[in-house]
Design a protein around this ligand. Structure first.
Ligand code: SAM
Length: 330
């Protein structure tokens, strides 16, 4: 096994996902009775830049709420994951630019915790941003980036050492799955870990519906641009010819189920060509783009037990808008 020092600041590509997987998924999604696209394809370079703008905009409370937790409760989070002093791998799924994680990394480094940070993301661009930011701010931190889809990259991370694992899954990334998908996802996580390993998961809590809807209907229009950017990406990478002026972003929130959903609505009857395929749209037909699920605390606790974890600790922001829950593999 490599020593921590030897594998400091290196990066991996989890796999060479076939280039045509993007094409296959897009065509399958747009030929379904309810047209849909996978939100994992939002994150090309332009998507990453737009998402950073969303995180900084005043209506998107999620980042500020979770930042509040990481700035003010890093010691509590660190206590929750460092129950014993053994060396551990801190693996972050969908790390993005890790601006919130930075506070925990800094705290752990100051406490001389024996750990290594392995951020995983599907976007190589954002991993480069993350790496250069961390190199500038925490030069002594041992970092190993892994580019790839969640589970293939997690497997790669688990192969690198036999240290105990602590996973981070922040930013309410889990909310970008249906309730069934998120339960299956957590079950699969616990199956990839061993008893005593831990995870910190960020959940956006149910709150005033108007506050939630405003976060995704931001007055600067970044969420709309973020959604439309996927059509632009299809044009650029898959020989598509979407006329983006013919699509409009539409957001819904259902306080009963907690599902906040993004759509792009076709403004006219139209045909779009993608490679050799032609997709027909009727006026007002929608493409389902992404769900951002909101949770009640009892739903979160139930998910922990049903997926093979036991809840350890909940850390809240000042407004109780958001929770970072620490779970341990049961
Ligand atoms: C909503 S952003 C959150 C970023 C960060 N966790 C935060 O809290 O600021 C989602 C991140 O997950 C990554 N991502 C989305 N789907 C992914 C997948 N299937 N596998 C790996 N990374 C993924 C995206 O590239 C993006 O950086």
């Amino acid at each position: 096994m490599d020593t921590l020092e030897e594998i400091k600041n290196i990066g991996f590509l989890a796999s060479d996902e076939p280039k045509n997987q993007f094409y296959t998924d897009v065509i399958k999604g747009l030929k379904a009775p309810q047209k849909h696209l996978s939100s994992k394809y939002f994150y090309n370079e332009q998507g990453d830049i737009l998402f950073q703008k969303i995180m900084n905009c005043k209506d998107y409370y999620l980042t500020r709420a979770e930042m509040d937790i990481f700035q003010n409760s890093s010691a509590q989070l660190a206590d929750g994951i460092c129950a014993n002093a053994s060396a551990f791998d801190l693996i972050e799924l969908g790390a993005g630019d890790a601006t919130k994680t930075f506070h925990l990394l800094k705290y752990l480094t100051e406490q001389k915790a024996n750990f290594r940070y392995l951020p995983i993301d599907i976007s190589g661009y954002i991993l480069d941003v993350l790496e250069s930011n961390l190199f500038a701010s925490l030069p002594n931190l041992s970092v190993c980036t892994i580019q790839g889809d969640y589970f293939e990259a997690l497997q790669k991370a688990c192969e690198l050492s036999s240290n105990r694992k602590v996973l981070l899954f922040l930013g309410s990334n889990i909310g970008n799955m249906s309730l069934k998908e998120s339960l299956d996802f957590c079950r699969k996580l616990s199956q990839n870990l061993i008893q005593g390993d831990k995870i910190i998961i960020g959940f956006d809590l149910k709150k005033n519906p108007a506050t939630i809807l405003k976060a995704y209907n931001d007055s600067e229009g970044f969420t709309s641009q973020f959604n439309v950017n996927l059509l632009i990406r299809i044009n650029q990478e898959l020989e598509g010819n979407f006329d983006i002026a013919n699509f409009e972003h539409y957001q819904t929130y259902d306080p009963e189920t907690g599902a906040c959903k993004s759509y792009l609505v076709s403004l006219c009857d139209q045909e779009v060509t993608i490679g050799s395929e032609t997709i027909s749209f009727t006026q007002n037909e929608s493409i389902f783009m992404e769900v951002s699920q909101k949770y009640a605390l009892d739903e979160i606790e139930k998910m922990a037990f049903e997926s093979g974890f036991k809840p350890v600790l909940n850390c809240f922001d000042t407004h109780h808008y958001f929770v970072d829950a620490i779970w341990e593999v049961a």
